[in-house]
Design a protein around this ligand. Structure first.
Ligand code: AKG
Ligand code: FE2
Length: 263
């Protein structure tokens, strides 16, 4: 698809870039809207060995990261240091709506969406890497649940698969400190009888401003964890210098039937 056509698709989906009243997009907050919608380029990379796991390391510029942190601080949920997690369901704050726009925009502009691929050689290339399913990307709303986690140095999150009450397609924005997130396959019964032992965990470096997107196998068949205890945060042989880390996780709640809700 040509760039002009893409822009038209984006305009149809998001409206004109000047229509939005999202706080993060105000120039007083350091982000020019004209720059944010069509001026950016994003680099999405698939993580080798984990189908459906993608990272965009240049998702937010340093200025955008500061604006996002300020918007989170303005929410006031973390004034008390004992609060390190804030959740929101349903209508997301305007800054989170804007982040959702960026997520969609960055994926659409990457060209890694099956609808937008017309050349055979590109199809082969992205099929190997597992492309973004368009049904996830164009659902409305893209996300309606938000968690902000604040981790002090040494704090992390244990290995888990996100709850089934959330749909497929989960995005995590990293801010402040870099960290290594490890992925390990969900153990199946077959694994218990395997003699080869456990597969090594796959490390992924999350730099500030990066965005991780997981769907399919990465979301359902792999656990993710962040262990920030001494010795576990090594990247290329060097221990990462830990600071406070903030992450923003965006998900969509699954519609549940009345019988499921009773469980
Ligand atoms: O903090 C992160 O980067 C990940 C958070 C997470 O996995 C979750 O909230 O389910
Ligand atoms: Fe998670």
């Amino acid at each position: 698809m040509e760039e002009e056509e893409l822009k038209a698709v984006m305009r149809e989906a998001f409206g004109d870039s000047s229509d939005s009243d999202c706080e993060l997009g105000n120039s007083s907050n350091g982000i020019e809207k004209s720059q944010s919608i069509f001026g950016e380029s994003y680099t999405w990379e698939p993580i080798t060995g984990i189908s459906g796991l993608w990272i965009c390391r240049d998702f937010l510029s340093p200025d955008q990261q500061s604006s996002l942190l300020s918007a989170i601080e303005r929410e006031g949920c973390f004034a008390d240091a004992s609060h390190n997690q804030a959740m929101r369901f349903g209508d997301l704050p305007s800054w989170a709506v804007e982040v959702s726009y960026y997520v969609r925009e960055s994926i659409v502009l990457s060209g890694y969406v099956s609808e937008f691929i017309d050349k055979e050689e590109t199809i082969n290339k992205v099929e190997e890497a597992c492309l973004f399913p368009p049904n996830l990307l164009w659902r409305e709303p893209l996300f309606n649940q938000l968690i902000v986690n604040i981790y002090q140095p040494g704090e992390g999150i244990g290995a888990h698969v996100d709850l089934m009450r959330f749909e497929d397609g989960i995005a995590v924005v990293s801010l402040e400190s870099s960290c290594v997130m490890h992925f390990s396959r969900v153990e199946s019964e077959v694994d218990c009888f395997e003699e080869t032992g456990k597969e090594p965990k796959i490390p992924v470096l999350l730099v500030p401003g990066s965005l991780v997107f997981m769907h399919g196998e990465a979301r359902y068949m792999w656990k993710h964890e962040i262990n920030r205890k001494p010795g576990f945060q090594k990247w290329q042989g060097e221990e990462i210098d830990q600071k406070r880390r903030t992450s923003v996780t965006l998900r969509k709640l699954r519609q549940m039937s009345p019988s499921e809700m009773e469980k």
